[in-house]
Unconditional design. Sequence first.
Length: 336
Amino acid sequence: MKYNIPVNARMPAVVILVFAAFLTGVTGCGGKEEKVESLTVGMEATAVNSLIYIAENQKYFQANGLNITIRDNYPSGAAAAEGMLKGEVDVSTAAELAIVRQAFARESIVTLASIDRFMHMKLIGRKDRAILDIPDLKGKKIGVPVKTAADFNLGRFLDLNGIKVNQVTVVDVQAPKAVDSLINGEVDAVVAWQPNVQAIEDRLAGGASIWSVHNGQPIYCAVVTTGNMATSRPNLIKRFLNSLGQAEDYLVRNPDQARDIVQKRLGYDDRYIRNIWPEHEFSLRLDQALILAMEDQARWMINNNLTTEKTVPNFLDYINVDGVKAVKPGAVNIIR
């Protein structure tokens, strides 16, 4: 629509400003008005979600027409994904094993992107419980949050080191309880990640044996939602992912400031944030390595009788590439 205003018309300045604002509001991006939409995100309060915290701090969500509510009080990504499927939040973040488990359960879970690759999980044993080397884990009680990526990493770590899962006692210890469970002697060892690893090291004061449980394979922090949300509100998803892409750009251009944002948001001290920051690779992406990791985990679940299914799901059915393709086309590298 073209608006013709006589050049000789005398209009008060305030009227001109109001009219200009009206034109901006009705045209918006691409000639259409973009209304503000609300989105609730469920996640664990850890550095794997740094791009979300940066986008919040820099008001990228607001700039993309989103009113975001962050619920980062979930004890794990797996719990956040379960909450999302129950309707507690619209979108969640979780490690890829949560997607594998929900795929086996035939749940309508869709991966929109990954925002971090990391290797920060440790297996920590108490030396005063005679855990000085890996074989000493036999016969011991090991705490781990079951049905999470930590559960998978522990199982594979034991397999690769010649220890059968029935040679240890696995105790369900969720992340918030990791420090106290080990210090109080409820378990002999525990799988934990930051900031709990540092807390355990400080409290045991040299009395801990520590190993990485990743065996060279990083974990992904994935952004997931329901199939209905992905298909019914694609523009909302694109705005959300665009905000995360902007946060990634900010982190690349301002690494120190980005780290400070996350440090303040999560209450980390200087020593801690500098130790853990190199363990993360923050990037909005969808790549083939994510598929391969999920297939590996699915085979592990089948081989360990953790599912009644006998075949690996086609994880392409659980990924929606449209959002990342729209905002960062070069970040999609999935073979179909």
